[in-house]
Design a binder for this molecule. Structure first.
Ligand code: SAH
Length: 244
């Protein structure tokens, strides 16, 4: 009896942004695992077991998902946005690396609309030219690495999408990040705070980086710092297609 393991992205919040491929996988699942808030987005159904777990349990959850699939279940692990962007897909492959006997399991990764794309679409086209994405959580990497990447991203004049800017357990990192970017010459850069995009709590704010305040971000906010050429036209922000 062979089960399967699918790692699926639920998009940023609105059900209209769940891909048909992910909907089909969820309809065929026997088990859905994930952070409780994401599992709650999957409706209960007869024959479907929901396995919500805590936010920081990624590796344990991945191991459990592999085990259930090896037992013959059709398992879907859910992430918000895209499962490959600061999410469960990497944790599953980390668990798989630790379990060589499971390497022949059928595994699929189904993409989703990641937060930076949903946020960028609301603002206009701030990621229309070269950009990078940085996770500000220092749970799994030292702050020195985050600081170095912010400085070099500023120097390279990338637009910068910042995931996990600020949470109650990490209230100070984002203030430091804003200081680092200001020091690196980004004070004039257009900065977008996109909160809870595509949900009823959505709020989009834009200002020059020098006016950005740490309290403007929370754990449901995606921040985009434009590049040096990023322009505002009315309520829109875009990165010109040409760089000099
Ligand atoms: N895999 C997810 C990212 C997980 S990290 C994805 O691809 O989008 C969690 C961070 O994503 C949050 O702290 C926030 O920065 C961002 N995020 C997720 N959903 C969001 C939304 N609807 N609006 C704004 N930011 C969001």
């Amino acid at each position: 009896m062979t089960g399967s393991l699918t790692i699926a992205g639920l998009g940023p919040g609105d059900t209209a942004l769940i891909t048909p491929e992910v909907s089909t996988a969820l309809a065929e699942a026997t088990d859905v695992l994930g952070y409780a808030a994401y599992v709650a987005r999957v409706g209960p159904r007869e024959g479907l077991r929901l396995h919500p777990s805590d936010n920081r349990m990624e590796l344990q959850r991945a191991g459990e998902a592999l085990k259930l699939a090896a037992e013959g279940r059709n398992v879907v692990v859910v992430s918000s946005g895209d499962p490959g962007v600061f999410a469960m897909a990497a944790a599953v492959f980390e668990a798989l690396e630790n379990s060589p006997e499971l390497r022949d399991l059928p595994i699929r990764v189904l993409p989703g609309v990641t937060a930076m794309l949903a946020a960028a679409a609301r603002a206009g086209a701030p990621l229309g030219h070269d950009f990078c994405a940085i996770n500000l959580s220092d749970n799994l990497k030292p702050w020195t690495v985050i600081e170095k990447r912010l400085r070099l991203a500023a120097e390279a004049d990338f637009a910068i999408a910042i995931y996990n800017p600020r949470s109650t357990s990490r209230p100070d990192g984002f203030a430091r990040a804003l200081d680092i970017l200001e020091d690196a010459g980004c004070a004039d850069r257009t900065t977008i705070f996109a909160r809870a995009v595509t949900t009823p709590k959505e709020r989009i704010e834009m200002m020059p980086l020098r006016d950005a305040r740490p309290e403007m971000a929370d754990m449901t906010t995606l921040v985009i710092v434009g590049n040096s050429a990023t322009r505002r036209i009315g309520r829109w922000v875009y990165a010109p297609r040409r760089a000099s």
